[in-house]
Design a protein around this ligand. Structure first.
Ligand SMILES: C[S@@+](CC[C@H](N)C(=O)[O-])C[C@H]1O[C@@H](n2cnc3c(N)ncnc32)[C@H](O)[C@@H]1O
Length: 305
């Protein structure tokens, strides 16, 4: 019978027998050595286990490298294979595109910001399919924005167009940048200016909420409003509160933040339409028919006058 070892990898039955025999030989060798030492009246020699030699540069780097546990790696919802999980379609088609296709004029010739763009798969599809004027994708995970930017570099290479010829056209109108959308201090909101026609915030509110609490998410909502031009739209796909619970154990800080949450997703619409933010109206754009209930999230459009 195959067995699972401590690393949760399956060890075939014949290998397990080999390993058991190897362990037996090692135990017997250790016993022999101990008997020899007793006979010789030797005290057990201290075996100093030296780590393999490392250059001073590497040692310095390792000493300063913050130790990350596995949970911290994905504490922002910064999953590497997000689209592999979310898109089950063989053509790699994100079904949220079908909801967006009900209002293509929202994107056509518009300047877009995609907050929490992950590896850029959906952002790139949106610009291509709906012929947006430009898109900036922002993500808190540098390696994801690097992957997204590399995807654009590869599309440029394959397109064979000179940068001058293609100026302002896809893929030259897309860029991905690394950064935290939540500002260090609310006072920085004072320098925000309208610069986008459409802001996408898809499946990101939970992660901003769990990491930066009610105050961080409210600030992000106010920032979105300030960055939109008059007539601009915020396209919001918030996660429901019951999905937060599963993630509260990711880190101690997240657990503490989760316990402090008072501003629930059902309060978001009133807040966005209220005096603190100021959107004029909200309409439900649609709800993708995903076979996984967790991904059937309503997509809302908030309009700025
Ligand atoms: C669950 S993924 C959603 C990806 C994409 N928006 C979509 O719906 O297909 C959440 C993304 O938001 C990013 N993110 C979380 N907090 C962020 C923040 N404060 N600023 C920028 N990006 C953030 C994560 O790194 C992750 O890539």
């Amino acid at each position: 019978m195959d067995v699972e070892n401590n690393n949760n990898t399956i060890v075939p039955a014949n290998k397990e027998t080999q390993f058991a025999e190897k362990r037996k030989v090692i135990c017997e060798e250790n016993e022999d050595n101990q008997i020899k030492r007793l006979k010789n009246n030797d005290s057990p020699k201290q075996v100093v286990q030296r780590p393999p030699a490392q250059s001073p540069k590497k040692r310095l780097h390792n000493n300063h490298k913050p130790k990350q546990n596995k949970n911290e790696t994905f504490m922002y919802g910064n999953y590497k294979q997000y689209y592999g999980k979310r898109i089950l379609d063989k053509d790699f088609h994100d079904i949220r595109l079908d909801v967006f296709a009900t209002q293509p004029q929202l994107f056509r010739d518009k300047q877009l910001l995609d907050i929490g763009c992950n590896s850029g798969h959906l952002s790139i599809q949106i610009v291509k399919q709906f012929e947006a004027k430009s898109l900036v994708g922002l993500d808190i995970d540098r390696s994801l924005t690097h992957d997204a930017q590399m995807a654009i570099v590869n599309i440029k290479r394959a397109s064979n167009l000179s940068a001058v010829a293609a100026a302002g056209k896809f893929p030259y109108n897309v860029k991905f940048v690394h950064g935290n959308y939540v500002l260090e201090d609310d006072v920085l909101l004072e320098i925000e200016r309208p610069q986008y026609d459409v802001i996408l915030c898809l499946s990101v509110t939970k992660w901003i909420h769990l990491n930066f609490c009610d105050a961080g998410l409210k600030q992000a909502f106010r920032r979105m409003f300030l960055q939109l031009r008059p007539g601009g739209k915020l396209i919001l796909e918030p996660q429901s509160f019951d999905t937060y619970k599963r993630r509260k154990k990711l880190t101690d800080k997240i657990r503490e933040n989760y316990n402090s949450i008072q501003f629930k997703p059902e309060d978001f619409t009133a807040y966005l339409l209220g005096a603190e933010v100021g959107f004029a109206s909200m309409e439900l754009m649609g709800q993708p028919e995903h076979c996984n209930a967790g991904f059937k999230r309503p997509i809302q459009i908030f309009s700025k006058n």
